[in-house]
Ligand binder design. Structure first.
Ligand code: GDP
Ligand code: IMO
Ligand code: MG
Length: 425
């Protein structure tokens, strides 16, 4: 392996949780590098279903060390709740979870500001987990970090300083109730005791592990088209989910990365607002949502659904440098007679050469489709490539050709065993 990054190539929810769980069988370390509890990574093991928000999916393997890197924004209450849930299932966390002392904290005012900003006209459709406001404070250099929990006086000073400004914004801009500074100080001072056992210099830990030849798996959250710099701005998240974000969010050098696995659904989905050229708003979208059970793992919102967008995927695999693709949810397409795939966009009658960055252009583009025959059967119990219907194999090979990246892994259901290794051509 030695260092492998798993990223989402679309708008999130591609099935990263399942893929990371599979690959973590042979990993010594699994690390998250960005985002926060906006993520919802589903892992199904036997009859158990885990939805992980902050804990890396490797936590479900007994001997894997899990890292929450400096680039993650940590909601301590959400983290402790998640640790409790996993513990109740008999999973031992002690000594296996390491949180960067440099990671920023989500504060109660971040969540409140996130939801208040969403009531305005420029709605993004966020998860309401305080992600944007926390990264704003990080960039504005007023954020509070995990390391600050260990110094009670400094923590109190920082909370008071922040609340002074945030309460004015709450009262005067949003006409909302102010937050009580004393109770926030008391709540966060208590987190010191609860989180301290996990806090460490994770960058040092990672670099040492890399030097020792440990097998490292890096788990992206969200997806490329939600990337703050490279996604469909402004309808994006506030971090860098692309593979390049991993080095910044973990404090490791780019030279150590060996493989980049792009996870992609065999169709497309998006949660929240923003352009989605291949979206199907009628019966087809409804059918994809129903068969794919497309409801948000974090917020329960229905996901918008549409066809596979090879044009957007070319862009995505390019900026991530994907060495291979893991194609998920192929089983969901089993009842369609024909399956369209978007191979390009036109705008005002002209074909576009590359994925547009201006949101107004992206809102207007018309997808150009090529249509492929469906296989019209249930493939969810097939485990061998050779046993797949020829149409399904053709669909996978076509996607690999269009995206110019080999598909190495195929998923035909949420469980570990519903996985097919794809032979090289
Ligand atoms: P993530 O955020 O990328 O980890 O993806 P989510 O967990 O939010 O959403 C993926 C959903 O699809 C979850 O409910 C998974 O259990 C499910 N899933 C993953 N792979 C497959 C698959 O191949 N087929 C089907 N039908 N469901 C899958
Ligand atoms: P995983 O890791 C899908 C979307 C939100 C919204 C936008 C900004 O499970 O793939 P935010 O709360 O981050 O400020 O919201 O990003 N979003 C996701 N969509 N999967 C996710 O994570 C997402 N995390 C954020 O719906 O459109
Ligand atoms: Mg998800």
């Amino acid at each position: 392996m030695p260092v492998k990054i798993v990223i989402g190539t679309q708008w999130g929810d591609e099935g990263k949780g399942k893929v990371v769980d599979l690959l973590s069988e042979t990993a010594d370390v699994v690390a998250r590098y960005q985002g926060g509890a906006n993520a919802g990574h589903t892992v199904e093991i036997g009859d158990q279903r885990f939805i992980l928000h902050l804990l890396p999916a490797g936590i479900l393997r007994p001997n894997t060390v899990c890292i929450i890197g400096n680039g993650v924004v940590v909601d301590p209450a959400a983290l402790l709740r998640e640790i409790e849930i996993v513990r109740k299932e008999g999973i031992e966390i002690a000594g296996r979870l390491k949180i960067s002392h440099n990671a920023h904290l989500i504060m109660p005012y971040h969540k409140k500001l996130d939801s208040l900003r969403e009531r305005g006209t420029n709605k993004i459709g966020t998860t309401g987990r305080g992600i944007g406001p926390a990264y704003i404070d990080k960039a504005q250099r007023v954020g509070i970090r995990i390391v600050d929990l260990l110094d009670r006086d400094y923590l109190e000073e920082r909370i008071r300083m922040n609340l002074k400004e945030k309460n004015r914004i709450l009262a005067h801009i949003y006409q909302s109730e102010e937050l009580d500074v004393e109770s926030i100080i008391a709540e966060y001072q208590e987190f010191d005791r609860l989180i301290d056992p996990y806090v460490t210099d994770t960058s040092l830990y990672m670099n040492k592990a890399i030097r020792e030849g440990k097998r490292i798996l890096i788990e992206g959250a969200q997806g490329t088209l939600l990337d703050l710099d490279h996604g469909t701005y402004p309808y994006v998240t506030s971090s860098n989910p692309i593979s390049g974000g991993a080095c910044v969010g973990l404090g490791i050098p780019p030279t150590c990365i060996d493989e980049i696995v792009g996870v992609s659904k065999a169709y497309s989905t998006r949660v929240g607002e923003g352009p989605f050229p291949t979206e199907e708003t009628g019966a087809i979208g409804e059918k994809l949502r129903k068969h794919g059970e497309e409801f948000g793992a974090t917020t329960g919102r229905p996901r918008r659904c549409g066809w596979f967008d090879a044009f957007a995927m070319r862009y995505s695999t390019l900026i991530n440098g994907c060495t291979s693709l893991a194609l998920t949810k192929l089983d969901v397409l089993g009842s369609f007679d024909t399956i369209p795939v978007c191979v390009g966009y036109t705008c005002e009658g002209k074909s576009l050469k590359s994925f547009p960055t201006a949101v107004r252009v992206l809102e207007q583009v018309e997808p150009v489709y090529q249509t492929y025959p469906g296989w019209k059967c249930d493939i969810s119990q097939i485990t061998d490539w050779k046993d797949l219907p020829v149409e399904a194999r053709q669909y996978v090979r076509t996607i690999a050709d269009l995206v110019q990246t080999p598909v190495s892994l195929l998923s035909v259901g949420p469980k570990r065993q519903q996985t097919i290794l794809v032979p090289e051509e």
